[in-house]
Design a protein around this ligand. Structure first.
Ligand SMILES: O=C[C@H](O)COP(=O)(O)O
Length: 330
């Protein structure tokens, strides 16, 4: 793992303006050329966490960058405006003020707050003036099996309610039956309904059967205009993994090489440890390069990762670990 992110190169970076992926016609020959060599991918993924670890100031810089890329998420049936308000307070100030000051990171925030539709209004109110966008999961999340017109209407309602990012779920059956045209048409309609809001396409990779399907679904969604591709809802039995991430990042790289458009990447579900976050960031750096290590092109979908990162940063500054309950996020 490289150690080239210095403490001065923290997350407080100027906003870059990436041209939005407009999509392109479905190119079936290109889609069918997407393959995935499972054993080679699994070998490479297995070698990642054991590589040289990042220490001290470098580690603090990587962890600060990770925070700036978190979609701080609550997606529970018992979410309330109060819980969302607490989460948003955490989004505005993700780490204790004295720790941020010691690290020279005043003003650090997470990338977005991610909620269900009914929690958009309280999240927008709680984040007012912060510049932190609200992301809403949509289209019958998590299964995506409600009537198609309702799924499109749900996007429209969420954009109207103030969501600036929409995390849609694809119809897994289109992938499992190889109906790439149906997947493309669906994604295109979702993108259109989003308007100016950015759209993240959740593939639910744990339900797609093969890595080749993951590669093809990634390519089809990007051709249909996805701004981000995202692994999982967090509700599948298998969520973000390194092999799946490798496949999706390589699809993003190929799409960029062929079209000039950078599509973002969001692994989600089950990423809860600071050291895992650093492994993911290192993979992004190696596979996609530094430009992707910014919140406009990379996010972690996570509900409890921030707590562990805060704990590690506190240890970095004070030399002591606090109990994890002191770093609850909502
Ligand atoms: O998109 C975000 C996921 O739902 C969060 O999953 P998690 O609770 O496992 O971190």
């Amino acid at each position: 793992m490289t150690e080239t992110m210095s403490r001065s190169e923290t997350s407080l970076l100027p906003q870059l303006h990436e041209p939005r992926n407009p999509g392109m016609p479905l190119d079936m020959d290109r889609v069918m050329r997407c393959t995935a060599n499972r054993s080679a991918i699994e070998r490479r993924a297995a070698s990642l966490p054991g590589r040289r670890s990042v220490k001290k100031d470098y580690q603090a810089a990587w962890l600060a960058r990770a925070i700036s890329c978190i979609d701080l998420t609550t997606l529970a049936g018992d979410d309330t405006p109060g819980r969302v308000a607490r989460l948003c307070a955490k989004a505005r100030q993700p780490v204790r003020a004295d720790i941020l000051e010691a690290l020279g990171l005043e003003g650090l925030t997470v990338g977005a707050v991610c909620v269900y539709h009914d929690m958009i209004a309280p999240a927008v109110a709680a984040l007012e003036g912060s510049g932190i966008p609200v992301a809403a999961v949509s289209t019958g999340f998590p299964a995506g099996l409600s009537p198609f017109p309702l799924r499109v209407a749900e996007i429209t309602e969420s954009v109207k309610a103030g969501a600036r990012e929409i995390d849609i779920v694809i119809s897994r059956r289109h992938v499992l039956t190889g109906d790439w045209q149906a997947l493309y048409d669906e994604m295109r309609a979702f993108r259109e309904a989003c308007g100016e809001a950015h759209v993240k396409a959740i593939l639910a990779t744990g339900e797609l059967g093969t890595l080749q399907n993951v590669a093809r679904a990634s390519m089809v969604c990007m051709m249909a205009g996805a701004d981000f591709i995202k692994t999982s809802t967090g509700k599948e039995s298998v969520n973000a993994t390194l092999p799946v991430s490798l496949v999706m990042m390589r699809a993003i790289r190929e799409f960029y090489e062929e079209t000039g458009y950078r599509v973002g990447y969001k692994p989600a579900g089950g990423i809860s440890k600071a050291k895992d976050a650093v492994t993911y960031l290192a993979l992004v750096k190696e596979e996609l390069g530094d430009r992707w290590l910014r919140p406009d092109l990379y996010r972690f979908g996570a509900s409890s990762l921030l707590g562990d990162i805060e704990r590690q940063l506190e240890h970095h500054v004070t030399g002591a670990y606090s109990a994890s309950w002191r770093h609850a996020t909502s």
